[in-house]
Design a protein around this ligand. Structure first.
Ligand SMILES: Nc1ncnc2c1ncn2[C@@H]1O[C@H](COP(=O)(O)OP(=O)(O)O)[C@@H](O)[C@H]1O
Ligand SMILES: [Mg+2]
Length: 255
């Protein structure tokens, strides 16, 4: 069974048809890419899959279950993690707390637990802090646990955001332009990180990326969108040589 399957997905924003009849599937454990010029509809696909929008048409099927109308927290609970094109960390909280708070959703509290600081609450708080510190350790972020994200270099903020997504123990991780704004050195490191994450956590990874080096070195299969429609799919070599893709990117200089 496909890990994720998208059938005839269509999405309209008022009068704008942002996506038209997209069909796509992810195999469990693969790293797949979603590319296309700006405005092609890539982020909209991620927002639909992660529950931020309800699709106008078509079906989104995760592990064999239709998830069209599910809310973001329900989809997160179904082991789908994501990062955002514009980093969305809580800047008023420390790095450690950014990771801790994400896990409150996973463990599920009720108001009484929080109010009375029940034993269950205290035990879970300790568990969350412990697993958050472990994650920071894994990501070489331990020394930055008490820092505020806004004071950290961009590449480090990206790493914190990816660590936060992993704290919810996803088995599908969606990365929306993880290399955006990174230096060449940071990009090389990001590629290593993503490979390492993939092997260590046995994830399916789906990434949107403009940096062709990242996409071409990590993804086995790539789908290309343009103006909300699929224009190509295939291996990195097939995509590089595809005339439709070259045409879509002409003037954009990305390929
Ligand atoms: N919330 C929204 N409301 C209205 N239009 C939107 C919204 N989100 C995206 N769009 C439009 O949908 C199209 C696809 O956007 P997006 O998915 O962000 O593209 P990409 O990520 O490929 O650059 C664009 O024309 C964009 O302006
Ligand atoms: Mg986008």
């Amino acid at each position: 069974m496909a890990h994720l399957e998208i059938r005839n997905l269509t999405h309209r924003f008022g009068g704008l048809e942002a996506l038209t009849d997209i069909n796509l599937s992810l195999e469990r454990g693969e790293i797949a890419g979603l590319i296309g010029p700006n405005g092609a509809g890539k982020t909209t696909v991620f927002n639909l899959v992660s529950g931020f929008y309800v699709p106008t048409g078509g079906d989104i099927i995760l592990d064999g279950r239709r998830i069209n109308a599910k809310k973001p927290h329900e989809i997160a609970a179904m082991k789908v993690g994501r990062t955002f094109q514009n980093i969305r960390l809580w800047n008023e909280m420390t790095v450690l707390d950014n990771i801790r708070i994400a896990q409150h959703y996973r463990l599920g509290y009720n108001a009484a637990d929080v109010f009375f600081h029940t034993r269950r609450f205290r035990e879970r708080e300790a568990e969350i802090t412990g697993s958050s510190r472990e994650l920071l350790e894994l990501f070489n972020l331990s020394s930055l646990a008490e820092e505020y994200p806004k004071n950290l270099p961009y590449g480090v903020q990206r790493r914190v955001e990816i660590a936060r997504a992993l704290s919810l123990k996803p088995d599908l991780l969606m990365l929306d332009e993880p290399a955006a704004g990174l230096s060449t050195a940071d990009i090389t490191e990001l590629i290593r990180y993503i490979r390492w994450i993939h092997e260590k956590f046995h994830l399916t990874i789906w990434m949107i990326e403009h940096q062709m080096e990242v996409i071409m070195s990590l993804c086995r299969r790539i789908t290309v969108l343009d103006f909300g429609r699929e224009i190509a799919r295939g291996s990195p070599d097939e995509i590089r040589a595809n005339p439709e893709v070259i045409k879509a990117y002409l003037g954009d200089g990305a390929i």
